[in-house]
Design a protein around this ligand. Structure first.
Ligand code: COA
Length: 175
């Protein structure tokens, strides 16, 4: 997926399917520009970017997106030629009888230097298009009650439903 430059600010933003070289750049951006909890969809043990957490980050993407049988699609968000973050779409199975493709989970993170200038909004819009292209009926994203920018961004999506579950807020976009 590639975003048109006019979609967000005046920067050239692209979503490029993750490969191993991009994954190395993505780890470097994550370590320099984000907290592990912001970029890892699953909880991580310990604080900061320890060698174990870096390894878990690589393993997560290698097994889920870059294996012979990937279970999700991950894109590097490339801004003006630099890897700025990542976006992901993962089809979910929801209970018996549900079509596998009917629900897709999405997520996006950007390095600190890239936040607050409309890039997240443009990437999310592209994820909505991507989920529709998967044939999904709904796109689900999760964040925490404290994540003001994500709450604002996700809550503004067209056709969105918000539900709270413990410390999480779950947004479901009806596509
Ligand atoms: C959440 C995240 C992707 C948002 O991306 P972003 O590029 O910073 O967001 P944008 O600049 O596109 O802003 C989107 C909207 O949120 C608003 N916003 C941004 N930061 C805000 C803040 N701290 N408080 C209130 N509103 C805020 C913007 O004004 C904008 O609203 P508008 O469209 O009405 O003007 C980014 O902050 C991030 O990567 N955070 C860490 C990872 C994460 O939390 N991911 C979310 C899980 S899906």
């Amino acid at each position: 997926m590639s975003l048109s430059p006019e979609l967000a600010s005046d920067r050239r933003i692209m979503l490029i399917p993750l490969d191993e070289p991009l994954l190395r750049d993505l780890l470097a951006t994550a370590v320099a520009e984000a907290e592990p909890a912001e970029v890892m969809p699953e909880p991580v043990e310990g604080a900061g970017w320890s060698p174990e957490v870096r390894e878990a980050f690589l393993r997560f993407h290698l097994t889920r997106s870059l294996s012979a049988a990937p279970v999700e699609r991950t894109y590097a968000v490339v801004v003006d030629g630099t890897v700025a973050g990542a976006a992901r779409l993962a089809p979910l199975e929801e209970g018996e009888g549900a079509a596998e493709s009917s629900l897709v989970e999405g997520g996006v993170w950007l390095g600190r230097a890239y936040r607050g200038s409309g890039i997240g909004k443009a990437v999310l819009r592209e994820l909505v298009h991507g989920a529709k292209a998967f044939g999904a009926a709904r796109l689900r994203t999760r964040t925490t009650r404290e994540n003001t920018s994500a709450l604002h961004l996700l809550g503004a999506l067209e056709g969105v439903e918000r539900a709270e579950s413990g410390s999480e807020v779950v947004f479901t976009v009806h596509l």
